[in-house]
Design a protein around this ligand. Structure first.
Ligand code: SF4
Ligand code: SF4
Ligand code: SF4
Length: 254
């Protein structure tokens, strides 16, 4: 049986990093208890955290990071030509991530501020789907290794891939966590897509929206909660803009 044009028994995978911290690839490489089983399903032909072999005959390409240089644009297009399925891996790849904050400033000012008299070539940051066609997006900063492994197994076996439509609050409530709004923190859990197991709020840290928008989010209710807890639209805006994945119109500052 084929899935997205790939013969599951011969699936070959490559993983490639662009502008990012490589934390998402490390998540996969570090999962020692399931790494061997995971790799038994696949033939890794290009994944520098796992192997020194550099093959160019991959079926699935995992793309980590955003695009911020011209040479990255060209490299990404070459990978797209080879890959049957191209997956944007992590928040940087799906939304631009923390990198896209620089787009809020003049690029010349950013280069001068960071590099002084020794400037480097840099472009405004783009997410992967702004440059090439993306078949699947797996957000998270970093990605959830359990989720990525499950999705790759689904690709290999031809199973349907499903992401939660509900927000992080649902997972958080299931864990009977204390709501961090009651601890004085601004949490984006009500509007952010679940799937991480509410890992941040379970540690009494606010969700900062790394997984992007939840389909079933109730924005009106979220605005009301912000108001009740005394947060200004500006505070909410700064938090929402951090990863670049949430809709800009969530907060009306007027
Ligand atoms: S999404 Fe987060 S962990 Fe992954 S590469 Fe980007 S900054 Fe690093
Ligand atoms: S801590 Fe955040 S995710 Fe958890 S219930 Fe409160 S608002 Fe929702
Ligand atoms: S709680 Fe929010 S910020 Fe933390 S991992 Fe989940 S989606 Fe990302």
């Amino acid at each position: 049986m084929k899935y997205l044009g790939i013969d599951p028994e011969k699936i070959k995978i490559g993983s490639f990093d662009f502008t990012c911290c490589e934390g998402c690839q490390l998540q996969l490489a570090n999962k020692e208890d399931t790494l061997v089983d995971f790799l038994n399903l696949l033939e890794v032909v290009n994944f520098r955290e796992i192997s020194s072999y550099r093959g160019e005959d991959y079926d699935i390409a995992l793309i980590e990071g955003a695009i911020s240089r011209q040479d990255e644009v060209e490299r990404l297009k070459r990978i797209r030509e080879q890959a049957k399925v191209l997956v944007a891996l992590g928040t940087c790849a799906c939304f631009g991530g923390v990198n896209q904050i620089k787009n809020k400033f003049e690029i010349e000012d950013v280069v001068r501020e960071v590099y002084g008299d020794d400037p480097v070539e840099t472009l405004p940051v783009r997410k992967i789907s702004d440059v090439v066609k993306v078949d699947l997006e797996i957000p998270g900063c970093p990605v959830s290794k359990e989720e990525v492994e499950k999705i790759v197994v689904d690709l290999v076996t031809g199973a349907e891939i499903n992401f939660p439509k509900y927000p992080v609050c649902v997972e958080c409530r299931r864990k009977v966590n204390t709501c961090v709004f009651d601890l004085g923190l601004l949490c984006l859990g009500p509007i952010t897509r679940a799937g991480c197991g509410a890992v941040c709020t379970s540690g009494k840290t606010a969700c900062i929206g790394c997984r992007g928008p939840a389909e079933e989010a109730n924005y009106e209710e979220f605005r009301q909660v912000l108001k009740e807890h005394g947060f200004t639209p500006r505070e909410a805006r700064e938090r929402i803009d951090f990863y670049g994945g949430l809709p800009e119109m969530v907060i009306d500052e007027s």
